[in-house]
Design a protein around this ligand. Structure first.
Ligand code: PEP
Ligand code: MN
Length: 258
């Protein structure tokens, strides 16, 4: 059902007045994790001031170590919703447990399924059964074919509003956190009718590479870019090394708009 052979025209997903997949880039920006109302609200204001409409922030964080900050859970989603409403933004946040989906859709505009859960089939089915767009990230070691099949799980349950997100894959290369598979973008655009995003923060893990990889993403036809922004990355509870502070974010957006 996600194949372009089945449906030749692009799927366009309406979120908060943005038409994702319409040929113009739509940016998804916000902190790695929701930490406090002040933190999210500061970023939300910066996002709004750039004329953007889509705010991200993790409330349920799938951390590699059980001793790292796990996120504020439902309380985090409420904070995100409040800060987003204050600034006229839509909310995108990751859900990790199928049982949370029904409750979470009260607070979310887009459900994110993270890389670690790309093949959590019960989660894919649950996200496919609700009436909210889904941003599906490529698994850390997933082939493009496996990624497309994961999207097929969602659409097979009735929900065809799916955004695919390339976020880097695991290779032997250590210079970046993951290896951004830039060619996945045109391949996914050719093979499916779904919008395709690139997450430059988690693919590179390096603040100095956010702008060049975002330019590359747009140059190869991505429908949007995701990146992380924090008022003070040095004290961020997750992904401290690669989030942008607000002046850096402003420069990043101004460069991309050129
Ligand atoms: C995220 O976007 O917050 C995240 C955890 O990314 P990924 O699932 O791609 O690692
Ligand atoms: Mn992060």
């Amino acid at each position: 059902l996600v194949s372009r052979k089945k449906k030749p025209e692009d799927t366009v997903i309406e979120v908060n007045g943005e038409r994702i997949g319409d040929g113009n880039p739509h940016f998804i920006m916000g902190p790695c994790a929701v930490e406090s109302y002040e933190q999210v609200s500061t970023v939300a204001k910066a996002v709004k001031d750039q004329g953007l409409k889509l705010l991200r922030g993790g409330a349920f964080k799938p951390r590699t170590s059980p001793y790292d900050f796990q996120g504020l859970g439902l309380e985090g989603l409420k904070i995100l919703r409040e800060a987003a409403d204050e600034h006229g933004l839509a909310v995108i946040s990751e859900i990790v447990n199928p049982a949370d989906i029904e409750k979470a859709v009260e607070y979310l505009d887009v459900i994110q399924i993270g890389a670690r859960n790309m093949q959590n089939f019960e989660l894919l089915k649950a996200a496919g059964s609700v009436n909210k767009p889904v941003l599906l990230k490529r698994g850390l070691s997933a082939t493009i074919s496996e990624f497309i099949n994961a999207a097929e799980y969602v659409i097979s349950r009735g929900n065809g509003n799916i955004i695919l997100c390339e976020r880097g894959i695991r290779t032997y290369e250590k210079a970046t956190r993951n290896t951004l598979d830039i060619s996945a973008v045109p391949i996914l655009k050719q093979e499916t009718h779904l919008p395709v995003y690139v997450d430059v923060t988690h693919s590179t893990g390096r603040r100095d590479l956010l702008l060049p990889t975002a330019k590359a993403a747009l140059a190869v036809g991505a429908d949007g870019v995701m990146a992380e922004v924090h008022p003070d990355p040095a004290v961020a509870l997750s992904d401290s090394a690669q989030q942008m502070d607000i002046p850096t974010f402003d420069k990043f957006m101004n460069e991309l708009k050129k």
